[in-house]
Design a protein. Sequence first.
Length: 437
Amino acid sequence: MTTELAMMNKEAVAIAADSAATVQHPGGQKVFQSANKIFALSRHHPVGIMVYGGAEFMGIPWETLIKNYRRQLGTRKFARLRTYADGFLKFLSTQESAIGPDVQKDHVEAHVDAMCRLLRDNIVRLLKEEIKEKGSITQQRAGQLVAGAFAQQARRWRTAPFVKGCTSSRAAGMTKRYKQNIQRIVKRVFEEVPNKLPLSRRARTDLLHIVSSLFVKFPSWVEHSGVSGLVVTGFGDEEVFPHLISFSVDGLVQRILSYRQDHSVEVDQKNTACVLAFAQKQMVSSFMEGVDPVYQGKLEQDMSVSLERFANLITDAIIKGTPGQLTRWRKSINRQRKEFLSEYIQRLRAFRHDEYVRPVVSVLSLLPKDEMAAMAESLVNLTSMKHRMSMETETVAGPIDVAVISKADGFVWIKRKHYFRPELNPAFIAGHYNRPG
């Protein structure tokens, strides 16, 4: 994991990232502290890109892909930042020959296997709850629970839109291409002892639709392992104020790029500044909002449970009636409880925004470029310090790279690590910055 930060006001964007990269292997995980996560997307224009999450895209390092695109882009410029971002995504969708069919097949099989195991575990939990409640379960009832769980998920996936550039015919072609691979995994996960579950024909159809959708749809409620985050920020040629667009990118199969847009934020005359954190956001959120988000979530959850218990106690103590009447009263009181709790949480959020977020953003809107860079570095360093002072793996660590992108000066490094000593490589440095792309 990592922590990355973007701070924008009307003058510039300051971006900062740590250098930790976590690599998973059969024996566990290894953390390296020399990863590059910030790059200039163009050598000639004020556009940068940050990468977090997966260090590779379908087996190809992000640094290689970004620099290949930058070389291909050359001196071309675009009126809007959006065009730079779309151009890079389009470039990714042309990399199928470099990726190869075996990597695509492995990608499909890994995602299908993970989804099948997740579905199976959820169904096993439902079956156990049914047995705990009723003492036993028939084969017919088990089949109904399995079919119902698959049908519910399938309905959700059917309403999700295709990723950009994909159509129903292309999705059908992908399903046909990998149908045997999918069926083999389904059989292993659901039909082999001791994991055997009753699958009706309808359940099989729904399951095939679910796992086939993994590569042609990427809704916000889906999280895949190995997904990479991309943050493109800076200025288009006709843009006066900075813009930021972020994406989650999963993979490329059969020339279909699976990605989704997460953020699109523009500074303007009304929205004069903003702070966005990516990947591990906890410490940045604590600084901005005055409360740890995990602690805040726990408070809201416990408050909801306590109010529900209190409402039930009141109902049982003062209301007399039939069981049906008591049930209706409980539903009515709990509905009002949820409305009350929702209003209370909204008031708390408004208070945090007015007392904590707004003052910081107000100052940020006035900061010069060097102060923005220092603030961005400090917030990333705060997260790194938190990890260093805990017993957890230091997934935020290493040197902090900082860059500032402005309309006037372009992409400027404030702090940057090298894997070599620049003073020993003057020819490389001179040639590097004189290249056309």
